[in-house]
Design a protein around this ligand. Structure first.
Ligand code: DLL
Length: 428
C-alpha cells in the first residue's frame, strides 16, 4: 500500500503536480539565486518560458563543478536564518558540496524517507538499526528521521563498532538494518567470527544504498544475512537518501518520488535527452526544495527509466539499480570497462570471497591493470588452477588480459567499516 496517494495517481495527475512545482522551483531559483538568474539571462530564458516539464530542456544543467565553484553557499536561495541544517557530500578531492535545508525541506526529506521505508515493507512495529554514518553525510540523519516519521523504532548506532552492531542485532532483535552493501557483508563476516550466524536472528531486511551493488552482490548479502536486500538511492545535492527505492512487492526498479524530484536520462557525452528505456546519465530537478533548488543536476549515475505501472500498484516511474557512474569508467590501454563487470566475474566463483580491488598503474607509457581478490575460509583447492579459471573469465568479459590477478588469503582485502567502499585505486 502506498503511503501517499500520489504514488498511485494517474500519470496526468502526476504531470500536473510536476508542472506546477517546476514553475515554482524555477521562479525560486531565478529570483533568489544569482547564479541561476545569470545563467538563465545568458540563455535568454525567463521563468515564464517554463510552463510544463516538457520545457525543462530549455534550462541549463547544474554540475558538481557548479557546486564547487559556488562553494559554500552560492546556490542557496534563502538566508541563513531560514536554514535549519547543513550537510556536506562525500567528495574525496577538493571542497565538499555544502547542502542546506529549511524547516519545510526537512519535513519533505522525512516524508520521502518514510515513504521509502513503507515501500520497503517496513511499518511502525519494526525496529530499524541505522548503521549509516551520522554527521555531515546525509545517510545517518536522513534515514534516522525517516524511521521516526514512519513511527518505527530507530537504533541510531551509526557506522563502525561492528561487534557492537552484531550484539545489538541479537539483543534488541532489530528487524531491519540500514547500511552500505559492502558493510552488510562485513557485518556477516564479523558475526561469524563471533560465532553468530545472522541468519538465525530476526533480522529480515537490509536497506542498502550509497554505493553501487550488482545483482550477484545482492544475492550474496541476502544469502549471508538471511534477509531481503532492498536498494535505496539518493544524493546530497538533491536531498540525501530518499530519492527512490525498490518496493518490496516487485523489487523491479526503484520508484522515484516523482512529486518531489523530476528525472531525465541524457547521453553522458552530449547531454542530449535519450528516448525512454535507453540507458544514460540520470539528471534530477528538485520540485519542492526551498533552501537549495537544483535545476537539472547531472548526477553522473547511469540508469534507465521505466514508466510502466508496477505490480505493487505504484504509478511512479522506476529507475534501474545504479551499478556504475559515468566517471567510473576505467580505461586501460584503450579498453573500457566498469568495475561492476569485474564484480560480476568475482562473484561467479564460490571459491573467492565477494571482495576485490582494482589497481591501475602506468609503467613507462603503458597502463597496467591488477585485480586482487581473496579465497574464502573453506577453500583448500589449487590456487593456481582457480587463478587461471578466473583469469579466463575476466579475459572473456573484459576482452583483454589483466596484467596481474592476485588471490589473497581470507581477509587479505581491507574492509571498509565507516563510509563508502573504495574498490578502484588509480595510481596513474
Ligand atoms: O550516498 C545518500 C545516501 C545515503 C543514499 C544512504 C542511500 C543511502 P552522497 O554521499 O551525496 O549521498 O552520494 C551520492 O552515491 O550519486 C551515487 O553515485 C551513489 N549512490 C547513492 N545511492 C546509491 C545506490 C548518499 N543505491 C552518490 N546505488 C550517488 C548506487 C548509489 N549508487
Amino acid at each position: 500500500m502506498a503511503y501517499k496517494d500520489i504514488e498511485t495517481a494517474s500519470r496526468t495527475e502526476i504531470r500536473e503536480l510536476q508542472n506546477e512545482r517546476l514553475r515554482e522551483t524555477v521562479q525560486n531559483a531565478y529570483e533568489n539565486v544569482d547564479y541561476y538568474r545569470e545563467r538563465l539571462d545568458e540563455l535568454g530564458v525567463t521563468p515564464e518560458d517554463i510552463e510544463t516539464v516538457d520545457d525543462i530542456t530549455e534550462l541549463p544543467f547544474t554540475t558538481k563543478e557548479d557546486f564547487r565553484d559556488e562553494y559554500p553557499d552560492g546556490l542557496f536561495a534563502v538566508d541563513r536564518e531560514e536554514i535549519l541544517r547543513l550537510h556536506a557530500s562525500s567528495g574525496t578531492t577538493g571542497k565538499p558540496k555544502i547542502v542546506s535545508y529549511t524547516e519545510n525541506d526537512l519535513e519533505v526529506w522525512n516524508e520521502v524517507v518514510a515513504r521509502c521505508l513503507d515501500a520497503a515493507g517496513i511499518g511502525p512495529e519494526d525496529t530499524v538499526q541505522n548503521a549509516y554514518g551520522y554527521g555531515l553525510f546525509t545517510g545517518g540523519l536522513g534515514l534516522h528521521y525517516g524511521v521516526e516519521e514512519l513511527g518505527a523504532t530507530v537504533i541510531p548506532i551509526g557506522g563502525g563498532q561492528t561487534q557492537r552492531q552484531v550484539e545489538m542485532l541479537e539483543d534488541l532483535e532489530s528487524d531491519v538494518i540500514s547500511c552500505t552493501p559492502s558493510y552488510a557483508l562485513y557485518l556477516a563476516e564479523t558475526a561469524r567470527e563471533m560465532g553468530i550466524d545472522l541468519k538465525d536472528l530476526p533480522l529480515r531486511a537490509v536497506i542498502f544504498g550509497a554505493e553501487p551493488c550488482t545483482e550477484p552482490m545482492r544475492a550474496e548479502i541476502e544469502q549471508r544475512l538471511g534477509v531481503k536486500g532492498i536498494d535505496i538511492y539518493g544524493l546530497s545535492e538533491i536531498i540525501g537518501p530518499g530519492v527512490s527505492i525498490e518496493c518490496v512487492e516487485a523489487q523491479d526498479g526503484l520508484h522515484i518520488h516523482e512529486d518531489r524530484f523530476y528525472p531525465e536520462i541524457v547521453d553522458p557525452e552530449t547531454g542530449e535527452p535519450l528516448p525512454e528505456g535507453e540507458e544514460g546519465e540520470l539528471v534530477l530537478t528538485t520540485l519542492s526544495k526551498e533552501a537549495l533548488p537544483v535545476l537539472r543536476y547531472r548526477t553522473g549515475d547511469l540508469t534507465t527509466l521505466n514508466y510502466e505501472k508496477c505490480e505493487c500498484g505504484r504509478t511512479t516511474v522506476r529507475m534501474d539499480n545504479v551499478t556504475g557512474r559515468a566517471d567510473d569508467l576505467v580505461i586501460v590501454r584503450g579498453v573500457n570497462f566498469y568495475p561492476s563487470e569485474v564484480e560480476d566475474v568475482v562473484l561467479e566463483f564460490d571459491e573467492v570471497a565477494p571482495h576485490y580491488r582494482i589497481d591501475l598503474y602506468r609503467e613507462g607509457n603503458l597502463d597496467t591493470l591488477e585485480i586482487t581478490t581473496e579465497v574464502v575460509e573453506e577453500f583448500d583447492g589449487d590456487r593456481e588452477d582457480l587463478r587461471s579459471r578466473i583469469l579466463t573469465r575476466l579475459e572473456n568479459v573484459l576482452s583483454f588480459t589483466p596484467d596481474q590477478l592476485a588471490i589473497e588469503d581470507p581477509g587479505g582485502i581491507e574492509r571498509t567499516e565507516v563510509g563508502k567502499v573504495k574498490r578502484v585505486y588509480d595510481h596513474r
